[in-house]
Design a protein. Structure first.
Length: 112
């Protein structure tokens, strides 16, 4: 066999592409379909859980941040009311003078 013979054989093989048999194609497709993942059964979505009474009250106020601000203002008001300068003499045993920083509000309405 010469090099030319080999070139002719390879050229003839390139011209005639081998075709798979129908039985082979059916087996390949059956194997491929058997290995495909199956779709999960669709279930209706669960209804949303109903919010509790406390959650609805907090939502009516404005949520967590509004509740935190309201609580902070309430605690500050209680502390300020309890520890006002006029009641400190009960704790110290001495009398304190209460300063009146704004005796009247006329300065807010005057010009210049």
């Amino acid at each position: 066999m010469q090099d030319d013979d080999l070139d002719r054989l390879l050229a003839q093989a390139a011209r005639t592409a081998p075709q798979p048999s129908d039985a082979l194609m059916q087996r390949v497709l059956a194997d491929a379909l058997a290995l495909q993942p199956q779709a999960a059964a669709l279930r209706p979505p669960a209804p949303p859980a109903r919010a509790g009474l406390l959650t609805r009250l907090i939502g009516a106020i404005g949520g967590g941040p509004a509740l935190a601000g309201l609580g902070t203002a309430a605690v500050f008001g209680i502390v300020l009311g309890y520890l006002s300068p006029s009641t400190l003499d009960l704790f110290t045993g001495a009398s304190t003078d209460v300063a009146d920083f704004f005796p009247d509000a006329d300065f807010l309405t005057t010009e210049g």
